[in-house]
Design a protein around this ligand. Structure first.
Ligand SMILES: C[S@@+](CC[C@H](N)C(=O)[O-])C[C@H]1O[C@@H](n2cnc3c(N)ncnc32)[C@H](O)[C@@H]1O
Length: 261
């Protein structure tokens, strides 16, 4: 049984599925138990690790390792591609853990919440490359906003809002956000839009907001079925001009990062 090169990013359509049938059937069985297990409801959240697979955990550990590297870099975290918000919640938890009083460490997530927008021939022929893929449920952004506010109430300085959810095509919303927030320094940018055009646009647009030591994560590097992010990276920064790295200890298969030098 092997997890292969799956990208456990929620939603079957999102997956680069090299999982074996055995693995998939065990995973289905595990997830099915979430409905049937006799744990009292109020204890489920505390025990969610029961349902977290090592593949999911290593993605979280990867982001944890990256977060530690930006502790001495001032600025915000920007995530391009939020979907259900699991990683925004993780960034918020890491901020609370490592720098509970650093309320300048804003966490800003950009997503259409209506799936892919801005497909290009450079995204290749994969079946998952279609408009609207990875859409959330209708109105989910409002639910996520409420959830993140509730999480914030559990953290220090709860009266200061430290996150933004920016809904819409990043080609429109990012310039508008930066026009309203021209002071923005980006300490960490996580590019997880899966598409060439908006990734290229986001990289070009945030570039003047990066400082030496800032980190850029590109979620799909060297991946044939999702080639757009790598192509955008090649065009905007040039592979020879950056040192792309993966984390050899916990590194999930496709995400790579580089430090601005
Ligand atoms: C792989 S998912 C992001 C997963 C997320 N990082 C997580 O924590 O699970 C890719 C997201 O990019 C979003 N997206 C694609 N094209 C976009 C665009 N032009 N503008 C904004 N969001 C876009 C999709 O709606 C989708 O939710």
């Amino acid at each position: 049984m092997s997890a292969g090169d799956q990208k456990p990013s929620g939603g079957v359509a999102a997956r680069v599925d090299t999982r074996s049938d055995d693995y998939r059937s065990a995973e289905r069985e595990l997830y099915g138990m979430l409905d049937s297990i006799s744990l009292p409801r109020e204890e489920i959240c505390e025990n969610l690790m029961l349902f977290t697979t090592p593949q999911q955990l290593r993605r979280q550990l990867f982001l944890y390792e990256i977060y530690k590297k930006i502790l001495d870099v001032p600025g915000s975290i920007m995530q391009f591609g939020v979907r259900w918000g699991r990683e925004l919640a993780l960034f918020e938890a890491l901020r609370t853990t490592f720098e509970p009083f650093n309320h300048s460490r804003r966490v800003t997530g950009f997503d259409t919440f209506e799936g892919y927008v801005g497909l290009d021939a450079k995204d290749g022929p994969s079946q998952q490359m279609k408009a609207g893929n990875l859409a959330t449920t209708a109105g989910y952004d409002a639910e996520l906003e409420q959830l993140l506010r509730t999480r914030e109430a559990l953290s220090p300085i709860p009266h200061v809002k430290k996150f933004d959810l920016v809904k819409g095509d990043v080609e429109q919303t990012l310039p508008a956000y930066l026009a309203e927030n021209p002071h923005t320094v980006v300490a960490l940018a996580h590019l997880d839009l899966n598409l060439y055009r908006p990734t290229r646009f986001a990289l070009e647009t945030i570039r003047p907001h990066l400082t030496k030591g800032s980190i850029v994560i590109v979620d799909e590097v060297n991946l044939k079925t999702i080639p757009g992010e790598t192509r955008a990276l090649m065009e905007v920064f040039g592979l020879n001009n950056i040192r792309l790295r993966r984390d050899p200890m916990v590194g999930p298969t496709w995400p790579a990062y580089f430090v601005i030098e």
